[in-house]
Design a binder for this molecule. Structure first.
Ligand code: HEM
Length: 184
């Protein structure tokens, strides 16, 4: 009996009260990948705006091409790693549980759920659009790139792709703070 009581007092509970914390941003409950993507977007957005500035005002077509391909590759890798993390390793609902804006019973209609839906409604079309803009640019501009018949299409959809990425970052930051920083 005594042994049983000691064992009961020392064994960890079968389900931990809080989700394991793998992230590194102080004051946040984010997982490692959530924190990496949250911070990476502070680098991606200025580099993207710089790349558009370079092509628009400095005619640096080749540098713009290289920057956009690097950004596109980084984003594909980040999204891939993020999805693997979310599907296999991280239970984001458990990490969001202490937020005053999360309610597990109303996962998609509480403020955190709505902010995630808004974020995804930018992130998913933006990802598809980036692939289309890059593939079309590589096929239709000469190498090294110069303005030509593809310019009109590319300038319009390039601007939409740029705006989509900025909104993906802003809505992602908002979701992250609501779900993983704010506490009841
Ligand atoms: C998702 C990736 C990309 C985005 C978001 C993007 C965005 C843009 C934007 C917004 C402009 C217009 C700037 C202005 O108003 O003058 C532009 C111009 C241009 N981009 Fe991209 N771009 C991307 C990828 C590429 C790639 C891969 C190439 C080359 C293969 C390229 C080549 C050019 C060229 C040559 C122009 C100048 C067009 C002209 O002024 O007539 N872009 N891009």
């Amino acid at each position: 009996m005594e042994l049983f009581l000691v064992a009961q007092a020392t064994l960890p509970a079968a389900t931990p009260a809080t989700a394991p914390h793998t992230g590194f941003i102080p004051g946040s409950r984010g997982s490692l990948m959530l924190d990496v993507v949250f911070l990476a977007m502070f680098l991606v957005v200025p580099v993207l705006l710089w790349s558009v500035y370079l092509v628009k005002y400095r005619q640096r077509y080749q540098l713009h091409k290289q920057l956009q391909i690097v950004l596109g590759t980084v984003l594909l890798l980040a999204v891939g790693a993020f999805e693997i993390d979310m599907q296999l390793f991280t239970d984001w609902e458990a990490l969001a549980a202490p937020s005053p804006y999360f309610d597990a019973a109303r996962k998609w209609s509480c403020p955190v759920g709505i902010s995630l839906l808004v974020h995804l409604s930018f992130a998913i079309p933006t990802l598809v659009l980036w692939i289309v803009v890059i593939v079309r640019a590589l096929r239709n501009f000469p190498s090294p790139p110069l303005p030509g018949p593809h310019s009109v299409w590319h300038r319009r959809w390039g601007m939409i792709a740029t705006g989509g990425m900025v909104m993906t970052a802003v809505t992602g930051w908002f979701f992250y703070v609501m779900a993983f920083v704010l506490t009841k």
